[in-house]
Design a protein around this ligand. Structure first.
Ligand code: GLN
Length: 486
């Protein structure tokens, strides 16, 4: 039996029926890392010893019949999640040598639920990027074609799940960092409603945009996980005080009569032809399942990139002020006084994309420019949100592409940061609006690169997105395809 390729659901059943042990399951996933991660470079750290120890405990729980869905399930986490005693770098030199003294709320919740952390994954530093090429440590490769990027910023997480190194991965999405890499690697990616999942203990990018979600093999697995990680947290004042439903209870309901909007601004000339074709085919599939399709308009989409980047980098300039060479991670030993310690630690610790964002963000917030940039961006952000509010009076959900093109070549956009930012056109709209999005695989290009679509709904519409995504995955097999890693 192939123990590394399992979903949470299948692994849970196998563990319950004692077809294999948690130790065998964890060992099989660690073995994939050992065999293939030299080629993929998805991981920054592997926690082999602690994972095997926890697996032993999970087997004890299982033998006593005290297991739940996640007992013994091996997973990875993007390196922005604080993990007690395990180095947490945000893929930046500035945090090299930082070992948090506590766990992020989500890590704690997963631990309590019995899930087993097998490693921390590579990504663009602090979540800044769309290709994982900005990491200070390594470039992760796309498992479907090693000359291509895995997407970003959570490229390591998506590549790990696509390569069966861990059953799922915990990640973060500020403007597409879960959905776009999931799409490039042919796996499922959930970006939740803002405030649905606690951000406590997660290294911040833009606090008003950051959301914590998961990359999985199926929609069903994402539904299982959100039930475990969602909910109010007294350590994060922005978490919603709303009950977390049992998403599995409604996931099998049919989607007859579900009203799905197709935003015309997302199907412009710039979109790759094979992607447009695959998504149109998927729309027909949803129609065959009983959904009612209609064309809708989100007129402010064209302003989403500047509004998102101005908001995001302004928050970056504030959030990254804490890395001063004293409190966390890297500290320049040769500095001769306090001021040079700050300057030299930051100059050496931050890479070019991080510096670019801090400088632009500081500029956008400075006196005299604040009204022209930051305030304008907030006004546009409101208009974008109103676009969605209006559309969701008419339809229950939207279908849109995740990216205008499939995974691109490593190096292709690295020299042109503006081009890299423009690649986010279809994902950055939904974070300023605080609404959820679910990316699912829906085809392949002729050269066998995954294509994905995203389902977008109003705030807290995760049950509807799961239901629709699951209905689609029950009738298609794109999500079951695996890359050949050999
Ligand atoms: N690519 C986007 C950016 O660089 C999204 C990043 C994210 O969601 N963390 O800002």
């Amino acid at each position: 039996m192939d123990l590394s390729g399992l979903t949470i659901k299948k692994a849970y059943q196998g563990l319950k029926e004692k077809s294999f042990s948690a130790k065998e399951l964890v060992a099989a996933n660690l073995m994939e890392i050992k065999k293939y991660d030299q080629k993929i470079s998805a991981f920054l750290a592997v926690c082999q010893e602690s994972a095997l120890k926890e697996a032993k405990k999970a087997d004890e729980l299982i033998s006593q019949g005290k297991n739940s869905f996640l007992t013994g399930i091996p997973y990875s986490a993007k390196d922005v999640f604080s993990t007690m005693g395990i180095e947490t770098t945000a893929s930046s030199n500035i945090l090299k040598g930082y070992f948090p003294s506590y766990d992020a709320t989500v890590i704690k919740k997963l631990k309590q639920a019995g899930a087993i952390l097998i490693g921390k994954t590579n990504h663009d530093p602090f979540g800044f990027g769309s290709s994982t090429e900005n990491s200070d440590f390594k470039i992760t490769k796309n498992p479907w074609n090693k000359d291509k990027v895995p997407g970003g910023s959570s490229g390591g997480s998506a590549a790990a799940v696509a390569s069966s190194m861990g059953i799922f991965s915990l990640a973060e999405d500020t403007g597409g960092s879960i959905r776009q890499p999931a799409c490039f690697c042919g796996v499922t990616g959930l970006k939740v409603t803002y405030g649905r999942v606690s951000r406590f203990g997660v290294i911040a990018y833009g606090s008003s945009l950051d959301t914590i979600g998961v990359i999985t093999k199926t929609v069903e697995d994402a539904a299982i996980l959100l039930k475990e990680i969602g909910g109010k947290d007294e350590n994060d004042a922005t978490t919603l005080n709303q009950p977390v439903p049992d998403y599995l209870k409604t996931i099998d309901q049919d989607i007859k009569g579900l009203r799905i909007g197709i935003p015309k601004e997302y199907f412009t000339e710039g979109i790759n032809k094979e992607i447009a074709e695959a998504i149109n085919k998927a729309i027909k599939e949803f129609e065959a399942l009983g959904a009612k399709i209609e064309s809708v308009s989100l007129p402010y989409t064209e302003y989403a990139i500047p509004a998102y980047y101005l908001s995001g980098i302004s928050e970056v300039s504030a959030n990254l002020a804490r890395y001063d060479g004293i409190r966390f991670g890297y500290s320049e030993k040769t500095a001769k006084d306090l001021n040079s310690l700050y300057l030299e630690s930051r100059a050496k610790g931050f890479g070019p994309e991080v510096k670019r964002r801090i400088m632009l963000g500081t500029y956008a917030l400075s006196a005299g420019y604040y009204d022209a940039f930051y305030k304008k961006a907030q006004q546009v952000r409101n208009l974008i949100k109103q676009d969605f509010d209006k559309v969701f009076e008419k339809v229950d959900m939207l279908i849109a592409p995740v990216s205008p093109f499939p995974a691109f070549n490593i190096g292709e956009k690295a020299q042109n940061p503006l081009e890299m930012w423009l690649a986010d056109i279809f994902t950055v709209t939904i974070n300023p609006a605080g609404i959820p999005g679910l990316a699912i695989p829906c085809g392949f290009t002729l050269d066998k690169l995954p294509i994905g679509l995203q389902l977008i709904g109003p705030q807290l519409s995760e049950p509807t997105l799961f239901r629709a995504g699951h209905a689609y995955q029950k009738t298609t097999d794109w999500h079951l395809q695996k890359p050949n890693l050999k």
